[in-house]
Design a protein around this ligand. Structure first.
Ligand code: HEC
Ligand code: HEC
Length: 432
């Protein structure tokens, strides 16, 4: 893609966040209901936002480096419910197995994420016939299979600005029976408030795998679309997202000698190549990734709807212990130089959800650890179809009744509530 460095300049101009949180005392401060679904947060440059959104919606081709194996051709092909950036019907496939009782993501055969499609036959140069192949289904050796539904990205730029200490503080205050775990990971890309190599509290994805939206974007660009990128951080080339996935991690896609991984040999979008290996101490995120991050960082939370339970549902939500994990905290961060408040109804911690957990983890994780899932943020849930990580239901009551492990007591409280109480709770959820 063409370079659009203006987006990066705007991103770097983002002020450092000061995050705090307070108990919900006044619902009217909880969210700014003036924004429509898909709007930008206040203070966002409209032209830059529109360009970044277009990039998020752009369909990539083989000439752009799509594949060799991939799940879709644009971010918005999956993230589209209600508006660009939303949730989606696409369900990713994960797999793995247990080796000596601990999780094994079968990286040697291309796990734990399966790519569903391949570009098929391609001709990188005249007379050279190549084949991408496709990931075998089921993957050789896999015994654990999980679906992961596409989550919405509304409001995530604000979530990114919640301080690590705020999230860790929520965990510390939780009763032991439901206490969650703050997942930490190393930052890959120097972007926004983050510097490569820092450790931060991860908060994005069903398992809380990234703290930074730029990191998530580069990861998705590679693993969902097969577009490799490199980046510059203080003069060093960052190649963390520069290795193509190949069908079941075959050593080569070649049907004859001379086949590259895909139509674009080397890194599909290489900043290092354009900048003489990041000479001059350069820090730069590849332009598409920078645009994806800019779009998501400035995408407003879904507006709140009308609560037809007249407040009774929130009381019931708290009585049943839902707020233990789906905390009612109103978070306040500084974004675009303005104080912005929001209520995502998540602690951004992972919890042992017992049989609801999807059984997928990192290599070496115990079975218990593979049952950990991030508390799903409930904001914007009225714009959603499938619920729970594998979209097994669209019925909110069923989703609640599927809570197990640390969520079992809340599910039991819901089950033993009167039908009027349940109805109030469901009306409240339908207002989010
Ligand atoms: C094939 C479908 C698909 C495509 C294409 C796709 N995503 Fe996603 N996205 C998903 C799924 C599924 C999840 C949940 C993944 C998980 O947690 O396991 C997700 C989660 C996310 C999240 C985390 C949201 C949260 O709830 O914390 C971000 C951010 C994101 N995607 C950004 C992107 C960007 C940027 C692109 C384009 C480069 C992209 N996605 C392309 C399917 C897709
Ligand atoms: C121990 C923490 C915990 C408690 C308590 C809890 N939840 Fe959850 N909730 C989660 C987690 C984790 C998920 C995501 C689970 C998954 O999909 O694997 C979730 C998912 C959901 C979903 C589906 C959201 C989506 O994006 O698909 C709904 C709805 C929900 N919870 C409502 C409730 C209600 C209502 C209560 C109280 C009766 C409650 N939860 C209590 C942790 C909790």
């Amino acid at each position: 893609m063409t370079r659009m460095t203006f987006a990066l300049a705007v991103m770097l101009a983002l002020p450092l966040a000061a995050a705090s949180c307070s108990d919900l005392t006044d619902e009217s401060t909880a969210s700014d209901n003036s924004a429509a679904l898909g709007d930008a947060i206040p203070g966002t440059n409209a032209t830059t936002f529109a360009a970044a959104r277009n990039n998020f919606g752009l369909t990539e081709t083989q000439g752009d480096g799509l594949g060799p194996i991939f799940n879709e051709r644009s971010c918005s092909a999956c993230h589209s419910n209600g508006s660009i950036g939303g949730a989606g019907q696409n369900i990713e496939r994960r797999y793995g197995t247990l080796t000596n009782g601990v999780f094994n993501g079968l990286a040697a055969t291309g796990g734990s994420l399966r790519q569903l499609f391949g570009i098929g036959g391609f001709n990188p140069s005249p007379g050279v016939n190549c084949q991408s192949g496709t990931d075998a289904n089921p993957a050789p050796g896999a015994t654990i299979f999980a679906g992961r539904m596409t989550t919405p990205t509304f409001g995530l730029g604000l979530v990114e600005l919640i301080s690590d200490g705020t999230i860790q503080g929520i965990a510390a205050a939780q009763p032991a029976a439901i206490r969650g775990v703050a997942v930490t990971n190393q930052i890959h890309l120097t972007s926004g408030i983050f510097t490569r190599g820092q450790t931060h509290v991860s908060r994005f994805g069903w398992k809380a795998v990234h703290a930074s939206l730029a990191d998530f974007a580069a990861d998705a660009y590679l693993n969902e679309m097969g577009i490799t990128t490199d980046h510059c951080a203080a003069g060093s080339v960052v190649r963390d997202f520069a290795t193509e996935n190949r069908a079941n991690r075959a050593p080569t896609n070649a049907v004859i000698n001379g086949c590259p991984d895909d139509m674009v040999p080397g890194t599909d979008d290489s900043v290092a190549e354009e900048t003489n290996n990041c000479a001059g101490g350069l820090t730069e995120v590849q332009d598409d990734v920078a645009n994806f991050a800019f779009f998501m960082r400035n995408l407003a939370p879904a507006p709140r709807g009308i609560d037809n339970s007249n407040g009774r549902g929130l009381t019931e939500f708290n009585r049943e212990g839902c707020n233990g994990c789906h905390v009612t905290t109103t978070f306040t961060v500084t974004a675009n130089g303005r104080s912005q408040s929001f209520q995502p109804f998540s602690d951004f911690l992972v919890h042992d959800m017992g049989s609801l957990g999807d059984g997928i983890g990192n290599d070496g994780d115990s079975v218990a650890v593979t049952h950990r899932m991030r508390t799903a943020p409930l904001w914007g849930i009225r714009f959603r179809n499938g619920l729970l990580h594998d979209a097994r239901t669209s019925d909110k009551a069923t989703a609640i009744q599927n809570h197990a492990g640390q969520g079992a007591a809340a599910a039991a409280a819901f089950n033993s509530a009167s039908s009027a109480q349940r109805n109030d709770l469901l009306l409240f959820l339908s207002s989010l």
